[in-house]
Design a protein around this ligand. Structure first.
Ligand code: ATP
Ligand code: MG
Length: 398
């Protein structure tokens, strides 16, 4: 058992000492077997949320109605959920009811894929009711039970299946694929927020081309917002062989090909304003790059936090280009200023320099010219040199 599991093991043992059962479940067991980096640690238990809150001094009741409590233990968080089954999903959003059950077997049955339906005890023993370990070995994604039934219960599982194939590089079992195809229209009943989370992970997967190929071949995009408006674009997307890290990046790319405004992508996918701002900014830098190449102004104008996104998209659009984030950061480090505020001349100075001119938009134009000239190192950012430069170049300004 790896060190990251040590505290989790203690959490489980503590629960057991109080007479309840507890197991590691879901993604952490799968990733442990695969030797992948483990994300969040989920624990399933026979204890109720109330009982868990009595056992541990530090808990956060994040979803009591679903049976979930976060346990803070030795500075780590553990999502501890009472064994449960899901009722029917008549609205295909939430189970109509959830029912706490007394054993782990019932709990594992409700899980989406065999590779996610494993449990591990504090002694490292693995419970595997659906041949999940075999599927991990063969690198296969397969539903627990009948695909048609499981996808109809919760169609989000279709997108989850694609995202696991994209993250893990696993093949999707042929029956499971067929069931995805047959139930895909039901994705239209699912809230876009739930879909967005999974789609973001799909595109961020190391094996994104596998997940994306399924999205395209099964024509699942026909049942996703905005993508359904540009099916021919989805089919003509270039090969995406390297991950895209955010929906902002994805929407920049889809806008680039579809010409559907970024605003439409962002609002129909119910994303934040920040996503929109970032998507627009990356898009502008791509356009700038296409006419000017990589220069000081591009690096100056783009937020450092968007360098990664910009580089990733350029790599997809222009695979022959060899840009790196490091290269942009080095260029950024060489810039004489990082923002307009650092100019040694302000609007007041500019206005005083030309007393014959009345105040007006020309002042801003002058500052913009100064900014560009400084960034391109045509003039030093010193008060006197900026004044001198402006006197020479002012005739260009109306
Ligand atoms: P990640 O490493 O990305 O967190 P994960 O497998 O842990 O992957 P989660 O979304 O965190 O995925 O879900 C935790 C577990 O809960 C899954 O492994 C699966 O067993 C179960 N699960 C989550 N969502 C569903 C769902 N929609 N239907 C059935 N089971 C689900
Ligand atoms: Mg998880």
């Amino acid at each position: 058992i790896p060190t990251s599991f040590h505290s989790g093991q203690e959490v489980i043992e503590k629960i057991e000492q109080h007479g309840y059962e507890a197991y590691f479940v879901g993604g952490c067991v799968r990733d442990f077997i695969l030797g992948r980096k483990i994300g969040d640690i989920d624990i399933a238990t026979s204890a109720t949320p109330n009982q868990i809150q009595h056992i541990f001094s530090e808990t956060i009741p994040v979803g009591i109605e679903h049976g979930t409590v976060i346990v803070r233990y030795k500075k780590q968080s553990f999502e501890v959920t009472t064994f449960r089954t899901d009722g029917t999903y008549s609205d295909q959003r939430h189970p109509d009811f959830i029912q706490f059950v007394s054993n782990i077997d019932e709990d594992l049955k409700r899980r989406d894929f065999t590779i996610n339906a494993l449990a591990m005890g504090s002694d490292g023993r693995i419970l595997d009711l659906f041949q999940g370990q075999q599927d991990i070995k063969e690198r296969i994604i397969r539903t627990v039970g009948d695909g048609m039934e499981r996808f109809s219960e919760d169609p989000l599982r279709i997108i989850r299946g694609l995202r696991f194939s994209s993250q893990l590089g696993f093949q999707i079992d042929s029956d499971t694929l067929r069931a995805m195809e047959q139930t895909k229209a039901q994705l239209e009943n699912i809230s876009v927020e739930r879909i967005a989370t999974e789609v973001e992970k799909l595109f961020a997967g190391e094996h994104v081309s596998i997940g994306l190929n399924h999205l395209i071949e099964l024509e699942i995009y026909n049942h996703l917002p905005v993508m359904n408006k540009s099916p021919e674009i989805m089919r003509k997307l270039p090969n995406i062989n390297s991950p895209i890290h955010s929906l902002a990046e994805l929407f920049t790319l889809l806008h680039y090909f579809s010409k559907i405004p970024i605003q439409t992508w962002v609002s129909e996918w119910k994303c934040s304003k920040k996503t929109k701002i970032n998507a627009v900014k990356i898009g502008e830098s791509i356009k700038y790059f296409e006419s000017n190449g990589l220069d000081a102004w591009l690096v100056y104008d783009l937020d450092q936090e968007l360098f990664g996104g910009f580089v990733r998209l350029i790599k997809i659009l222009y695979p022959e280009q060899q840009l790196t984030v490091e290269q942009l950061e080095n260029m950024s480090g060489e810039l004489p200023i990082q923002s307009k505020r650092e100019l040694k001349l302000n609007g007041h100075d500019v206005s005083n320099l030309f007393p014959e001119r009345s105040k007006g938009p020309w002042i801003n134009t002058a500052l913009n010219l100064l900014e560009k000239a400084v960034v391109f190192k045509e003039v030093n950012n010193s008060k006197n040199e900026l004044k001198e430069w402006l006197k020479w170049n002012l005739p260009e300004i109306n």
